[in-house]
Design a protein around this ligand. Structure first.
Ligand code: NAP
Length: 487
């Protein structure tokens, strides 16, 4: 484990570390103990303008867009250097976000895998050709969209940077990215590793830190940005889509969720329970694909919930940087208060099976800790069923028939992910086809792979991340038509 507990970063523009125009900075504090973790540039509109200018120059003047081998080599080298610095990258992530160090390490490993996938996939990103008549050849070539602006979230900043934004680079675009304020250093340290490789031409990637409503807003309005890729809340995503219409930018939106895990009576309960717990309480419940609703068949509810409560109550809650922590703090005081508001409302019209309170004495006094909370049978229209809480709260709904289970699964505006637990494969397939969500895991949960697309139906987003679609969305198709008939 690295001994360092403080990091400092400037903006990274045109291959150089530079102060923001206003020379302002902002601090990030650990949600587990309130200690200062990082200081980064607090940028303004001028910084965005400068970054976009260099990104545009790099697009037009460097070989990046034309040379997939260069792109593949640069991304592979980057992956290698991140791996060499795995512990440092994990420590910053754990300290900035509060997540358990074991989860931070896994996140960095996943990020490396996404990077390597992109480095490999880009070598076979072929277009198509077709001969429509005797004298013509049509070439459908894939070209980069242009300058892409990426706005990142704080909950999985490292993996989602690689999953959602870096495919834009793989496809030959140039990039200006903005990390979430709370986890800026977790992203900027990755740029430090990239800088060491000296393989990426200047201006191809530019990272600027600062507030979303200032620099995020400038990115989505900037006339020289051709596409915005955004990962964050549905509320901000909807606003981004509206603003992007004015300059006709392409958008990719990876947004929120309220994902159901349906457990039928014939499920393998021993396998299901640990998955349900991880699905609901990983990263203190701050996960887009969180299995935040358990939809449980009535005939096994009592037995299942007895076991679930015991397991949930045995989770080790603690500071993220401690090796044995299973549940860390939530990201901020504001988030904690918001979650507690949902819990208080939930207690009024559902059964509180466990949790429902803050931990704020002794080792927990300086952090934002909430006990993992189980709420049984909240009304279908209640906020704890309909809204994304983004905290360690599991809403449990019960059912008697398959139709009822499907109806409950689809009862919210979200459609990001889902899980189905049964040993009857016909039932599993029937149900998975009827759930309106971008992913359905059968007898597992949260198995996200660089090779497999992920994304949302309904209010959970537009477009797909990862897999081939995650790269192709960053391309335009151009039809080049050759007529070789001679005069
Ligand atoms: P958020 O509040 O929407 O913020 C996301 C990003 O948008 C941050 O970088 C933020 O900057 C920026 N931003 C805020 N206001 C903006 C504005 N007016 N214009 C442009 N940018 C703006 O979301 P979050 O709280 O960080 O992340 C949690 C949400 O993300 C949850 O809803 C979760 O489900 C969703 N999420 C979805 C996926 C997925 O794959 N579908 C993955 C991860 C997270 P500041 O930090 O500076 O405010």
């Amino acid at each position: 484990m690295t001994k360092n507990r403080f990091w400092e970063f400037k903006n990274y523009i045109n291959g150089q570390w530079i102060d923001s125009f206003g020379k302002e900075t902002m601090n990030n504090y650990c949600p587990g103990d309130g200690e200062l973790v990082s200081t980064v540039a607090k940028s303004g509109e001028e910084d965005v303008n400068q970054a976009v200018k260099y990104a545009k120059e790099a697009l037009e003047q460097s070989d990046w867009s034309y040379d997939p081998r260069l792109r593949s080599d640069a991304l592979n080298e980057w992956a290698r250097v991140i791996k060499e610095n795995h512990e440092e990258a994990s420590a910053i992530l754990s300290l900035e976000s509060g997540k358990p160090i074991s989860e931070a390490r896994m996140e960095v490993s996943n990020a490396i895998n996404y990077l390597k996938y992109n480095a490999g996939a880009i070598k076979t990103l072929y277009g198509r050709s077709n001969s429509i008549d005797r004298n013509t050849l049509s070439i459908m070539s894939r070209e980069p969209v242009g300058v892409v602006g990426a706005i990142l979230p704080w909950n999985y900043p490292v993996t989602l940077f690689m999953r959602d934004a870096i495919p834009a680079l793989a496809a030959g675009n140039t990039l200006v990215f903005k990390p979430a304020s709370q986890t800026s250093a977790s992203n900027m340290v990755l740029i430090k590793y990239l800088h060491e490789t000296e393989l990426m031409p200047k201006g191809v990637i530019n990272g600027i830190t600062g507030q979303g409503r200032v620099i995020g807003d400038r990115l989505i309005n900037h006339p020289d940005i051709d596409m915005i890729t955004f990962t964050g809340s549905s509320e901000t995503g909807k606003n981004i889509m509206k603003v992007c219409a004015d300059t006709m930018k392409k958008v990719s939106l990876e947004l929120g969720g309220k994902s159901p895990n349906i457990v039928f009576a014939d499920a393998d309960i021993d396998k299901a329970i640990p998955y349900i717990i991880k699905a609901a309480f990983s990263n203190a419940g701050q996960l887009c694909t969180l299995g935040s609703r358990l939809i449980l068949e009535n005939s096994i509810a009592e037995m299942f919930l007895d076991r679930l409560v015991k397991e949930v109550e045995s989770l080790k809650i603690g500071h993220g940087i401690e090796e044995d922590t299973q549940l860390g703090p939530v990201i901020s005081e504001k988030q904690m208060n918001k979650i507690m508001g949902y819990i208080e409302e939930g207690k009024e019209d559902s059964w509180l099976l466990t949790g429902g309170f803050r931990l704020n004495v002794g080792d927990y006094a300086k952090g934002y800790f909430i006990a993992p909370t189980l709420l049984l049978n909240p009304p279908i229209k209640s906020k704890v069923v309909q809204e994304e809480i983004f905290g360690p709260v599991l809403a449990i709904q019960t059912f008697d028939t398959e139709e009822e289970a499907i109806e409950l699964a689809n009862c919210t505006d979200f459609g990001l992910a889902s899980g189905v637990w049964t040993q009857d494969i016909s039932k599993a397939m029937r149900v998975s086809r009827k759930i309106k969500a971008g992913t359905c895991w059968i007898n597992c949960y949260n198995k996200l792979f660089p090779e497999a697309e992920t994304g949302g139906f309904k209010s959970s987003g537009i477009g797909r991340a990862a897999g081939l679609e995650g790269i192709l969305k960053y391309t335009e198709i151009k039809h080049i038509c050759i007529d070789y008939l001679q005069g």
